[in-house]
Design a protein around this ligand. Structure first.
Ligand SMILES: [Zn+2]
Length: 168
C-alpha cells in the first residue's frame, strides 16, 4: 500500500471510493465550504465514505496522509460524487473503488475499537451506537450495564432510592 491508496477506514467511516487530486484536476468551488468556521479549500485526497454507525454517505476531504480535514454532503454515492465533481474540474474520471473486502474492513474495525469494549458485558462500542459507552482510564461501561447496575443499587439500598422515607 502506498500513499495513493487510503486505509479501509477514515474517521470511523468505510471508504467506498477515493480520488487523488492530481495536477490535471482544477479546484473550482461553486460554493464555499466551512468546517468549524474555517473555509475548506482544495485538498489532495478525496474519499466517499460510509459512516459505520448511521450508514450515512458523505465526502471526506483529506490531507496527503488520508486524514480527514472535514466532511460535506450527505445522501447516496452518486450525489456525493457529483458534489465533489462540481468542486473539482476533471475529477469525474479519477474515482477508484476501494480495493478492500469485508474482511479488511472488519479487521480495521476491530483495530479501531479493540479498546472500546464494555468491560462488563464485553460488547463492542460499534455494536452499541455512538453515545452509549462511558470510558474510564482502564475500563468502559455501556449504557445498558449502567441501567442494570443502577437498578441493582436501588433495590439493594432503599435509602438511595427516590421512595419516601417510612415513619419510624
Ligand atoms: Zn455493557
Amino acid at each position: 500500500m502506498d500513499e495513493n491508496t487510503p486505509p479501509p477506514l477514515i474517521s470511523s467511516s468505510r471508504v467506498l471510493f477515493y480520488a487523488i487530486v492530481d495536477s490535471t484536476v482544477r479546484f473550482t468551488p461553486r460554493n464555499v465550504l466551512y468546517v468549524d468556521g474555517v473555509e475548506l479549500g482544495a485538498v489532495p485526497r478525496l474519499a466517499v465514505g460510509k459512516n459505520l454507525i448511521d450508514e450515512d454517505v458523505f465526502l471526506l476531504h483529506c490531507d496527503a496522509g488520508w486524514n480527514s480535514l472535514g466532511t460535506s454532503g450527505s445522501g447516496d454515492i452518486d450525489n456525493v460524487m457529483a458534489e465533489a465533481n462540481r468542486r473539482y474540474d476533471g475529477l469525474a474520471t479519477k474515482w477508484i473503488k476501494s480495493p478492500y473486502g469485508e474482511l479488511d474492513v472488519a479487521k480495521s474495525i476491530v483495530d479501531l475499537y479493540v479498546d472500546q469494549r464494555c468491560s462488563f458485558c464485553g460488547r463492542y462500542h460499534i455494536e452499541l451506537g455512538a453515545s452509549s459507552m462511558i470510558e474510564g482510564k482502564n475500563a468502559a461501561i455501556c449504557g445498558e450495564c449502567i441501567e442494570r447496575f443502577h437498578a441493582v443499587l436501588i433495590n439493594s439500598n432503599p435509602d438511595q432510592s427516590d421512595a419516601p422515607n417510612h415513619e419510624t
